[in-house]
Structures are given as structure tokens and as C-alpha cells.
Design a protein around this ligand. Sequence first.
Ligand SMILES: Cc1cc2nc3c(=O)[nH]c(=O)nc-3n(C[C@H](O)[C@H](O)[C@H](O)COP(=O)(O)O)c2cc1C
Ligand code: SF4
Ligand code: SF4
Length: 284
Amino acid sequence: MITTDKCNTDSYKIALIYFSATGNTKKIANKIGDYLKKQDVSVTKIDITSHESKRDEISISEYDAFIFGFPIYSLRAPRICREWIEQLDGEGKKCSVFFTYGGFGKAPAHYFIKELLCKRNFTLVSTAEFVAKHTFNISGWQSAEGRPNQSDFKVAEEYVNKTIKRFTGEDSNVISDFNKPMYPAEQLDMAEKYRFTAITQLPTRDGMDCSMCKLCEKLCPTNAFDATSGIADPASCIACFRCIANCPDNILHTNDISDSWDKKLKMHNTTKEEIDQMESKIYL
Ligand SMILES: Cc1cc2nc3c(=O)[nH]c(=O)nc-3n(C[C@H](O)[C@H](O)[C@H](O)COP(=O)(O)O)c2cc1C
Ligand code: SF4
Ligand code: SF4
């Protein structure tokens, strides 16, 4: 979906492009959009989440700069977002990326998105990460409930102010280098499969009747959900939970993964309290 807020015809044009399956990234994108409007820039918001969205029709030459927003899936931007970027030519234009994430691994996301955008001829000037409730809380985890909150929105405002200065040249720096992550891309490809060790039952209605609105089918980013049978195709489902989060009958679910929550905390050598108190951050 595309919406534009113009200030005046000569104003600096920014495309704010985001993928958001369960609404966290959209929440931050909306705040960023509001803060950008205060800066007399023209902002076009482009939601590339659904399969039906015009994910392949962004006109790069129409804009002066780009802000991309993605959730972190298995330590990186989701594969479908990375594949979408792969077919863009940034024409040397400036861009920035913000992530939302559930309080676990995130460092490789910044490193690999920089590498990818550079390869696609964009100039990355800043990145940011915002703590947000984990998608898998829907199925029993308890990570960062209530986030993003006012403290995260404050960081979003600072992120916009600093990024605009870099876009317009008032601050001529670009982003510093990120440390090479200890996991190579191939190992992260393997980690992508971990979610299926916890989520053994992909979204389903378990044969129960529903109002057949077909929103689950329409909104699915990968066209994996079949409303009639009420099940997700395991070959294409990316476990984003968009179908579950948007079902008006609240009938879709996976298996209950609350038992794996303690194991997850132990694996990351952390506690629920530590995660809930993590701060959102800007990288310049
Ligand atoms: C398949 C999948 C993998 C995820 N992997 C991570 C991860 O590696 N680290 C993390 O902190 N959060 C992870 N998350 C949580 C999301 O990054 C987080 O909840 C995000 O804010 C969701 O954004 P959205 O509401 O815009 O879809 C994952 C979520 C999903 C669905
Ligand atoms: S979104 Fe929910 S109510 Fe609508 S068709 Fe899908 S399962 Fe049924
Ligand atoms: S079927 Fe899978 S990919 Fe499609 S919306 Fe549901 S969880 Fe996401």
C-alpha cells in the first residue's frame, strides 16, 4: 500500500518502505513518518508486506533518499526482504535502515544489510534497532511485552533528526563499518531453520469453522495460507504469524511453545528482565 504526505512540491522526497507482519515495524515506521513530516520533507510510505503489494514496482529515481524498515528474522532482515532488495538499483542514493527485533540476536542484521545495500548501489548513512515484542509471544514466549513504547519512540525521533542531517548533507558522514559477525551467512541460513524446531505446527484452524473472510490468505506475505483448508503450506510459510495476528475470529494458532521459553533464555545466557529492559539504539 502506498500513501504520500507532501509538504511542498520542492521538498526533499523520502520513500519510507517497510515490511511488518505483526505490526511492530509498522508502529515504528508510522512514528518515523510523523517525525519526518515535522522536517518539511515529502514522505511516501510503502508497505511491502503482503504478497499482493507492489513489492517490485518502486521507482528509485522518484525519490531523494530511502528509509527501509524490517523485522529481524533469524539474526538478519527476512529472506524475502533481502531478495526484494536484490532486484533494486539504488542509483547511488542515500538510505537508512531500521530494524525491530524481539531482544535476541541482532548484530548480523546491520552488517549484512550494509553489505547488501552497498552491492545494490545505495549509500547507507545510518541504521537503528528497536526492541519490540517477539512474534513468537503469540505462541507462548514472553519477550519484550509492551515494546515498542515511549522510550523507543524517543530513540526513533533522534534517529530521524540525525538521519535527515546525513541525507541532506548537513552532516556529510556515512555509516561506520560494523564488525564482521562471528557467524558466516551460510551458518545463518541454517539458523533460519531453527524456528521450525520450536514451531512444529504451522498456523492452522484445526478444521474448525470460521467466518471465511479470507484475510489470512490475502495478507500472507508468501501466499502460503489457504483459507479454505485452513492450513499453511510448509514449503512457503515463513512463520511470520501475520495470518494469526489478523484473523478476526482469533481462531488461527500454532503449537504452544511456552515450554521452550526458558531454554531460549538459557541459550542466550540472559533473563526475561534483561530483555525487557534492553534499549533501542542508533548506529551512525
Ligand atoms: C521467523 C522469525 C524469526 C525471528 N528471529 C528473531 C531473531 O533472530 N532475533 C530477535 O530478536 N527477534 C526475532 N524475531 C522477532 C521479530 O524480529 C520481532 O518480533 C519483530 O518486531 C516483528 O516485527 P513485525 O511485528 O513488524 O512483524 C523473529 C520473528 C520471526 C517471525
Ligand atoms: S482470517 Fe480467520 S476468519 Fe478469516 S478466513 Fe482466515 S481463518 Fe477464517
Ligand atoms: S501462512 Fe505462514 S507466511 Fe503466511 S501469514 Fe501465516 S505464518 Fe506468515
